[in-house]
Design a protein around this ligand. Structure first.
Ligand code: CDP
Length: 796
């Protein structure tokens, strides 16, 4: 008779356990970087460039030094004497820490003041006199490659233009041949505007160098503490074992907190020079103007089609604007991230992608904002292209997708760009979505409404995203292989602590990692504490971004639990006085195969590990697992939106939004739903209101929340979520795939496709995001495409 525990009751896999971290967050008891105060702590502020491109003629900081309470003024010249004026980026480029020769974007760090309090430091910054000699400004790739364009990175020896890379993937000749066979060639050109992850908490650090112990401790808002430790060791030439990076609670990251920022480096140097803790907390404008932007990619492409709708080939070109420094955090092998994951859900024989990256006088970035390295742009282009092609063919957009999907029996499936997708039920997800939205009924209503002058539209977007970099064969950052880790210590009373190399920023890791241990060992989730973010205690890991936590660190949690179970089995055999082969496992308990009533619980095994182990066995019940995934995980989703567009004003309202997400086995269904809703909200923001743009002088429009809009609950439409399709990941220990980003990746195209579907028949092929009412109105009124980012059109 089984005595296995009820997994849901103990908070295991599938339990919608309430997030344990929330009990401190909602009581205001979180411990964020800015909550930390150390004895003798000083405060740092940054002076930023008002100009986008200018030569620095002189910097006079004497007045700043004279202010009482100022301890140090750092300039590029001083940094240079310590070889710290420049630092390496995560993409094999260099980035100025404090400008020496030129400023290359508005908001670039020029000097820092360290003072008794942040107000003195800010006042002193304003007294630093910088003389600039303005230079011509470049704000887009077209200008970057135009003849006579000023070379932005004239600091680099062999850089004679503004091109960072020319990269390609796929089969150019095969694609050419397929296009020659096409009955129809469908084309699309669009711009994915620059956006910003905009976490509620800005970036910041507190560096605390202790000369007596030679130890440097840095509390900071990083999503990847171990990468930062390695970077500090290499850049500041400090011994790695004397560096401790602690990421306390993080108020959202979304990719913004992966790169190494000048503020971190300056606070560390200041602490070393002053031998006092130095705190730097960025303000909101500083965050929006200078740190980790995303997207800013121009996409051009064409699709070769047979008359019956079969896709024969894809050709794509991307022009990415990386800003002044190429500092994307992405696998080094892929210059434009995983852009070549485009069209992975469709069975397409051949494809070719070319990509060019250029410098401009904008803040550096290209971060993976809630996305697995450019997958957002890839999926957006894919689904906009699918709609355009269906329209060109005169085919129903759902039928067109279905006939080209990779089918359930085709997995593992090799995409034309070389990825191997793992599993999925794409057609079923689409069916669930179409049923939920009442597709056929809606098409009827749409036709009736049109006859009365009302514009209804329906947009579909599907996406499959490669989540969980890496496998170490293909994925590395600066040569450091991408894998992850978990350490599990089961105490003698059966309580446990699990630590991973990931670092959550609000995703609920403290809740879900415990659920995985519970599933593997039967220890109630409430008896397990999760700790992340301290390099002195956590095992080495590559951090949390690109939804890699569940696919990699989560898998490591499973694997380390299994190692613990293997040792506990030996302890159980010893306690039950049978051989190990006679011992069976059920959740929470080992028992004798021939006598199921005779058993010992996992907690009894834990006690024995410290008090009654067999002769020769190493005491204790602890272990560590490093997990190098065999492949990426490939979740799939269908997002369907219906809208009504007001032809008089261009205002569009969302009528329904249906999301069908298949992320394999769900550890915590409630948390998964939260992740999807958050992603859909960001998708709606991208589609409807959010952008950062620049005027011709490189002034950043969007450096505050009056210009850069975040949707509140008031603007955000309702979402209907569907979870009925579950395709376990065949290579993940518990069958889970990532979910954190799917909705933000796949969602935007659904909204845009819906609006364009509503104005179908006007000849308008594209309106670039965001679909502000005036842009929709312009498209409708003048029956023309609207291209580029508002309000400064790149084509003007
Ligand atoms: O890397 P990141 O945490 O941002 O993304 P993720 O691995 O997709 O996980 C986001 C949250 O959803 C975590 O708390 C996961 O444990 C949870 N999750 C889940 O419950 N089930 C899944 N199949 C995937 C994620």
């Amino acid at each position: 008779m089984t005595q296995a525990l009820d997994e849901i009751k103990i908070g295991g896999l599938g339990a919608s356990r309430k997030r344990v971290e929330d009990s401190r967050f909602i009581r205001g008891k979180g411990n964020y970087t800015d909550d930390i105060t150390l004895p003798g702590m000083l405060h740092m502020e940054i002076l930023r460039s008002p100009l986008a491109h200018a030569r620095i003629v002189s910097i006079d900081a004497s007045k700043a030094w004279d202010i009482p309470g100022v301890h140090l003024v750092l300039t590029g010249e001083m940094m240079a004497t310590r070889n710290l004026a420049w630092m390496p980026t995560l993409s094999y480029d260099t980035q100025a820490v404090l400008a020496t020769d030129k400023v290359r974007f508005q908001g670039q760090e020029v000097a820092c003041v360290i003072a008794d309090d942040p107000y003195i430091a800010k006042d002193a910054c304003e007294l630093i006199d910088v003389e600039y000699e303005p230079l011509p400004v470049i704000v887009n790739p077209e200008q970057a490659v135009a003849g006579g364009a000023p070379v932005i990175r004239d600091d680099k020896e062999n850089q004679h233009d503004n091109v960072i890379y020319d990269w390609e993937v796929g089969d150019a000749a095969g694609t050419e041949r397929a296009f020659a066979q096409a009955d129809v060639v469908s084309k699309l050109r669009l711009h994915y505007p620059r956006s910003h992850p905009s976490p509620i908490e800005c970036c910041g650090s507190i560096a605390d160098y202790n000369r007596a112990t030679s130890k440097l401790t840095v509390y900071m808002t990083t999503q990847a503490p171990h990468i930062i430790r390695a970077a500090v060791a290499l850049v500041a030439e400090l011994p790695e074992h004397m560096i401790r990076i602690i990421s306390p609670d993080i108020g959202g990251g979304f990719g913004n907190k992966v790169p190494v920022y000048p503020g971190y480096v300056c606070s560390i140097l200041a602490s070393i020079l002053l031998e006092r803790p130095v705190k730097w907390i960025e303000d909101k404008s500083g965050n929006l103007i200078s740190t980790g932007f995303a997207r800013d990619v121009y996409l051009d492409g064409e699709m070769a089609l047979r008359g019956d709708g079969k896709i024969l080939a894809i050709r794509m070109h991307t022009d990415a604007d990386h800003g002044a420094f190429f500092s994307d955090a992405q696998p080094s092998k892929f210059k434009i991230g995983l852009m070549h994951s485009a069209f992975a859900a469709y069975d397409i024989p051949v494809a070719h992608l070319t990509a060019r990256g250029t410098y401009s006088n904008k803040a550096p970035g290209g971060v993976a904002y809630r996305c697995s390295f450019r997958v957002t742009e890839a999926m957006f282009f894919q689904e906009r292209m699918m709609q355009a092609a269906a329209t060109d063919l005169g085919m129903d957009q759902a039928d067109f997708r279905r006939m080209n999907f990779v089918t359930d029996d085709q997995f593992p499936h090799r995409t034309p760009f070389g990825f191997l997708t793992d599993s999925g039920q794409y057609g079923k997800c689409l069916d669930v979505g179409l049923k939920a939205v009442g597709y056929q009924d809606f098409l009827r209503q749409q036709a009736e409404a049109k006859a009365k002058g009302r514009l209804l539209g329906i947009g579909i977007s599907t996406m499959t995203e490669p989540l969980g970099a890496g496998n170490s064969r293909e994925y590395d950052i600066l040569g450091i292989k991408m894998f992850d880790s978990a350490e599990l210590k089961v105490h003698m009373t059966g309580k446990a602590i699990v630590r991973t190399g990931a670092r959550g920023q609000g995703q609920g890791h403290e809740t879900t990692w415990a659920q995985i241990v519970s599933h593997e060992l039967g220890i109630p989730a409430e008896d397990i504490v999760v700790e992340e973010g301290d390099t002195d205690t956590a095992p080495f890991g590559m951090g949390t971004y690109a939804s890699r936590s569940t696919p990699v660190a989560g898998a490591a949690v499973s694997m380390v639990s299994r190692k613990i179970r293997a040792k506990a089995r030996k302890l159980a055999a010893h306690l039950l006085e049978v051989s190990e082969e006679d011992v069976e496992w059920e959740l929470g308990r080992f028992y004798v195969r021939s006598a199921p009533d005779r058993g010992v619980t996992i907690q009894e095994c834990a006690m024995a590990a410290y008090s009654n182990m067999p002769d020769g066995m190493e005491p204790g019940l602890e272990n560590t697992a490093y997990y190098d995934p065999p492949n990426l995980t490939w979740p799939f989703a269908v997002y369907i939106v219906t809208v009504e567009v007001d032809p008089a004003t261009g205002v569009w309202d969302v009528l329904t939004m249906v999301a069908v997400d298949d992320c394999g086995v769900r550890i915590n269904p409630m948390i998964v739903e939260g992740q999807i809703m958050g992603g859909l909200t960001e998708a709606y923001a991208m589609a409807s209101m959010q952008f950062i743009t620049f005027d011709a002088d490189g002034n950043c429009v969007g450096s505050n929340y009056l210009d850069y809009l975040l949707p509140t609950a008031w603007e955000t439409p309702g979402f209907e979520l569907h979870s009925e399709v579950v395709t376990p990941c065949p290579h993940h220990p518990i069958g889970a795939k990532g979910i954190g980003e799917c909705a933000a990746v796949g969602g935007p195209a659904a909204f845009v496709n819906a609006v364009l579907n509503a104005i179908d028949g006007t000849g308008v092929r594209n309106i670039d995001m965001p679909l502000l009412p005036d842009r929709v109105w312009e498209a409708l009124t003048y029956r023309r495409d609207v291209y580029g980012a508002p309000p400064v059109r790149t084509d003007d």
